[in-house]
Design a protein around this ligand. Structure first.
Ligand code: NAD
Length: 380
């Protein structure tokens, strides 16, 4: 099986889908691995490290894609590149299938098997392939570091002959994978951390990290069978906004990570609340690129709202591209390894496998994922 790894083309993207150590393991399994020349440079890996690992290199991107039995990448492809793939090729990447209807249809009509990394189910067995989690965890860490360097104060309490500095107050909304890592990072740096999440089960996890859980009674909230938050009603969102406003106004740093799977993130912090924060305070809106939790955050930018720095950069894991690549590559490897037929030396698409059932979006000219099929057939 010929596995191709093209260079990521999104501006500023430094992460790479496969690092040399992982390429070596794929080669050992019997795969023929071809990388586009310069593929690893963003994360600090030279072509020679891949050739030492047993890979071939190619500068002919179209040829590389056109001859691939499997393509591994991070970001979704340009639509034009889908038609360059062979029928039956297996394409693995983040795809954003809830929104990328045209792309899903392009995969379908090209007869390509499209695997969406976002749709890997959240089960114990699939944890090792869960790139949403690996990248979100790094995002949680990076967001805290960014906030710490942008505020005019420090995180820890400091008692010195020149006086005592109080610890920074950090409030984190959403304590999933990214939020918990943000809490842990801010605690390690000595901040006083408070957090809120709509899933009750999270309270204990927040407290076990030494942070305070903000109690807000929103009535029935809960989580789905996959462990995701259920969407709140407009009334519940309003209750949450009001109950958090005082804590936010009194915080030096606000980090928002609240998401509802498959939907736009809820707007949980209105502009007037940001304006009430003290001058120099920092807000990091994790999902600014998809709408965000904070009114006034701008995707891909850092803006100033009444003296408050509001960071909406996005692609947080890219800041630590080498480690992010290592984790993503490991997720890729585990997915391939789990479905590898040793005799055929090829990836087998078996719909009996519950993980593939969840993450394969198109196969054999059909949209195989029921959720995505329903959305597309309901009109896009
Ligand atoms: P996510 O990115 O969908 O959401 C982030 C957090 O925002 C979640 O904790 C969610 O409850 C919270 N949220 C949603 N609406 C909110 C609101 N209005 N106010 C405050 N918070 C709100 O979720 P995620 O971080 O990817 O993970 C969600 C859950 O899945 C977690 O419990 C996680 O531990 C679990 N998980 C399990 C596995 C596994 O078993 N393989 C893997 C990853 C995650």
């Amino acid at each position: 099986m010929r596995i191709a790894i093209p260079k990521e083309t999104h501006p500023g993207e430094n992460r790479v889908p496969v690092i040399p150590d992982v390429a070596k393991k794929l080669v050992r399994m019997g795969a023929e691995v071809v990388i586009e020349s310069g593929m690893g440079l963003g994360a600090g890996f030279q072509d020679s490290e891949y050739t030492d690992a047993g890979c071939q290199t190619s500068s002919d991107r179209a040829g590389l894609l056109g001859s691939a039995d499997m393509v591994l990448r991070i970001r979704k492809p340009a639509i034009e590149e889908v038609s360059q793939l062979k029928q039956g090729c297996i394409h693995v990447s983040f795809l954003d299938p809830f929104n990328e209807h045209e792309l899903v249809r392009a995969f379908q009509s090209a007869g390509v098997t499209a695997i969406s990394m976002e749709m890997i189910p959240r089960s114990t067995r699939s944890q090792k392939m869960d790139a949403l989690s690996s990248q979100a965890s790094l995002a949680g860490y990076v967001m805290v570091l960014l906030a710490a360097t942008r505020m005019p104060g420090i995180f820890p309490m400091m008692m010195t002959p020149a006086g005592t500095l109080k610890p920074a107050k950090v409030f984190i909304i959403g304590a999933g994978v990214a939020g918990l890592q943000a809490i842990a990072t801010a605690k390690r740096m000595g901040a006083r951390v408070t957090a809120f999440d709509t899933r009750d089960v999270v309270k204990e996890q927040v407290e076990s990290l030494g942070a305070k859980f903000l109690e807000i009674d929103l009535g029935e909230t809960g989580q789905t069978a996959d462990g995701y938050a259920k969407e709140l009603t407009p009334e519940q969102i309003e209750m949450q906004r009001q109950a958090q406003a005082e804590v936010i106004a009194d915080s030096d740093v606000l980090i928002t990570t609240a998401q509802v799977f498959g939907r736009k993130p809820p707007v949980l912090v209105t502009r007037d609340v940001v304006e009430r924060m003290r001058t120099g305070a920092v807000v990091v809106d994790m999902a600014a690129e998809t709408g965000g939790n904070v009114e006034g955050s701008v995707p891909g930018e850092t803006v100033n709202i009444n003296g408050v720095t509001v960071i909406g950069d996005g692609n947080w894991a890219n800041v630590v591209a080498r480690d992010a690549s290592q984790m993503y590559a490991s997720n890729m490897f585990n997915l391939v390894d789990d479905n590898w037929d040793e005799e055929a030396k090829a990836f087998q698409v078996d719909f009996e496998d519950d993980i593939l059932q969840g993450c394969v979006i198109t196969h054999g000219g059909e949209i195989t994922n029921d959720t995505i099929k329903n959305i597309l057939e309901g009109g896009s």
